[in-house]
Design a protein around this ligand. Structure first.
Ligand SMILES: Cc1cc2nc3c(=O)[nH]c(=O)nc-3n(C[C@H](O)[C@H](O)[C@H](O)COP(=O)(O)OP(=O)(O)OC[C@H]3O[C@@H](n4cnc5c(N)ncnc54)[C@H](O)[C@@H]3O)c2cc1C
Length: 462
């Protein structure tokens, strides 16, 4: 039987996971990433040799649902080895008062595993390093030309890789929501590398995966009338700083119009994030670290210390956007959409990347080598659309609570949170009920069957 071909547009968390999952399913996969892309890590089992440790950027929380999805690809242990347990976490007020505590033992009891936090660039490097040699093409800005038509008498999908001259404008000029482009070493240096000789290149494939992030041009091409993601009412800052002198406990602190989060990373560094309810499109006149000092500099320690330790150039700022409406489907023709391209969500549940990983694994499980593609893609929409849209709505509801600015309303919110936390100790975890407990088909660590092979894990890839 002819090996089926897949093109993945976008080499973020969703695209790389999809490429790995399809590769393990026997597809011949090419990932087209318009930036210089992640540098593959030479982790044990990696097929790539080079390594460049990431020193800046942001962290990412990986809940048990995402870890179990990665388990089916034989990647769960590697990810857990490079991640830290989120551990004990506290919900606090700007003055320092503790409203509630959570701990990972409760997450293990509730969801079968802990929430882990990894450095994004390291996660991307790990995923990229597990791809077959040559599968990841960086500096390759791609455009969907034709979604194709599956089935007898159908036609392949067509993708154009823009020549270097076109690349200056890119497809939408947007930065990935994970913000890794600016600071992780995967800078825009790769953009403009272009097709050698300066001519466009056209590729055909049996399947195209649109994993090109929140400003997805693939989504726009397959559903032209669908509304763009809408501003969620707040902007987010993220940065990573070296380990502070004194130990630091994970906390999220809610104040009027914004919040602050501090998360220790496995190597001792600290991942910090903050949000504020401000109009979209804003940028600090001086620099974003100065903006953080103005907004959070009087909050409890270690917040001011972490801001002081940040490199102003390494503070990422992104306006947060979420899906304005459910798309008609997650597929059209031979194209499947996944991740932020199809269900952008606010970060309040830490699930955008986790859902992209779930999407990727489910897509590959459905797209078995002998499966009818049209049926597989319809089933992909049937399984993924309602689930991810539910997560979008739930995250947005929490996001709205964090934008309250009135001090009396925030004081009442604090009283209610403290009281609810006393009555329901696992309050923060409840938000992830029905989400973090998700299980893919196939064995996962939580099932105690780690290392068992399934049809989706051919031996040569273990
Ligand atoms: C403040 C904040 C905190 C977050 N925290 C978490 C968290 O803790 N846990 C979690 O799970 N999620 C979190 N998220 C969400 C998460 O970052 C995203 O959901 C996730 O990165 C989406 O992955 P993706 O692969 O779909 O898209 P992206 O990561 O945006 O990747 C898309 C890729 O496509 C490339 N691309 C775009 N256009 C083209 C083109 N034409 N040709 C080729 N390549 C192209 C881009 O360069 C990019 O590399 C957070 C988000 C924010 C904003």
């Amino acid at each position: 039987m002819r090996q089926r071909t897949a093109i993945v547009i976008g080499g973020g968390i969703g695209g790389l996971t999809a490429a790995l999952a399809l590769d393990r399913r026997g597809w011949s996969v090419t990932v087209l990433e318009r930036t210089a892309g992640p540098v593959p890590a030479s982790a044990p089992g990696s097929r790539a040799q080079s390594a460049r440790p990431a020193r800046s950027g942001a962290g990412i929380g990986l809940a048990p649902n995402a870890q179990r999805a990665l388990d089916t690809l034989g990647l769960g242990d590697a990810v857990r080895a490079m991640a830290a347990w989120q551990g004990a976490g506290e919900l606090r007020l700007p003055g320092g008062r503790r409203l509630a505590r959570t701990d990972n033992a409760a997450a293990v009891r509730r969801f079968g595993g802990p929430v882990m936090v990894a450095h994004r660039a390291e996660l991307l490097a790990l995923l990229a390093g597990r791809l077959p040699d040559g599968a990841l093409r960086t500096g390759a800005a791609a455009e969907l030309v034709d979604p194709g038509e599956p089935g007898p008498g159908g036609r392949p999908a067509r993708v154009r890789i823009a020549a270097a001259a076109d690349r200056a404008t890119g497809t939408d000029g947007a930065t990935a929501t994970d913000g890794t482009r600016a600071t992780d070493g995967a800078t825009a240096t790769g953009e403009g590398a272009g097709v050698p000789g300066g001519a466009d290149e056209e590729l055909t494939a049996d399947l195209v995966v649109g994993a090109d992030g929140i400003h997805s041009a693939v989504r726009r091409a397959v559903f032209p009338g669908h509304p763009e993601p809408r501003y969620a009412g707040f902007t987010a800052w993220r940065f990573v700083v070296p380990a502070p002198d004194r130990p630091c406990t994970a906390h999220e602190t809610w104040g009027p119009g914004g919040l602050w989060g501090t998360v220790p990373l496995p190597d001792g560094r600290i991942y910090a994030y903050a949000t504020a309810a401000v109009p979209p499109g804003g940028r600090a006149a001086d620099d974003e670290r100065a903006e953080l000092l103005r907004r959070f500099g009087t909050w409890h320690r270690p917040v001011p210390d972490l801001i002081a330790a940040a490199d102003p150039a390494a503070v990422l700022r992104n306006d947060v956007r979420a899906a304005a409406a459910p798309p008609p489907a997650f597929h059209r023709g031979r194209v499947a959409l996944l991740g932020d391209a199809v269900h952008p969500m606010t970060p309040n549940l830490g699930q955008g990347g986790c859902q992209a990983i779930e999407d990727a694994v489910v897509l590959a499980q459905l797209a078995a080598p002998d499966a009818d593609l049209a049926t597989a893609l319809a089933e992909f929409t049937r399984q993924r659309l309602p689930r991810t849209m539910d997560v979008v709505r739930r995250a947005e509801r929490i996001g709205r609570l964090t934008t309250w600015r009135s001090r009396p309303a925030c004081a009442l919110r604090a009283v209610l949170m403290a009281a609810t936390a006393r009555l329901t100790p696992d309050l923060a975890l409840r938000a992830l009920d029905g989400i973090a407990d998700w299980r893919p088909e196939g064995p996962t660590y939580a099932a105690g069957t780690r290392g068992t092979r399934t049809a989706a894990q051919p031996k040569e890839h273990e």
